[in-house]
Design a protein around this ligand. Structure first.
Ligand SMILES: C=C(O[C@@H]1C=C(C(=O)O)C=C[C@H]1O)C(=O)O
Length: 90
């Protein structure tokens, strides 16, 4: 049995699901940026970002991944703010 091939197939399937969820998250982030524009609120909400990180760290089963999960969410939220900025400057 080719383990490498099987593992990569599994990663490909997971990546597909991540991409679908990523797209949904970014679509919602765009909607949030429209609300913020209407209400004249700035894009960054540092308190909310800390809550997002803490909440998701609490869901983690393998605590060895704490550091990388935090990095993942910080990067994800930076991309989300990029999309919000683009949306508000169209
Ligand atoms: C999406 C928002 O805007 C920004 C992006 C966040 C995110 O991607 O989770 C969180 C807080 C904000 O800095 C929000 O305010 O909820």
């Amino acid at each position: 049995m080719d383990n490498l091939k099987n593992y990569r197939d599994e990663i490909d399937e997971i990546d597909k699901q991540i991409t679908e969820l990523f797209e949904r998250r970014m679509d919602i982030s765009k909607e949030i940026s429209r609300c913020k524009k209407e209400q004249e609120i700035g894009i960054l909400n540092a308190k909310r970002e800390e809550e997002v990180i803490q909440k998701n760290l609490s869901y983690l089963k393998n605590k060895d991944y704490r550091f990388v999960l935090e990095g993942f969410f910080r990067n994800l939220m930076n991309l989300s703010k990029l999309i919000q900025n683009e949306e508000n400057h169209r």
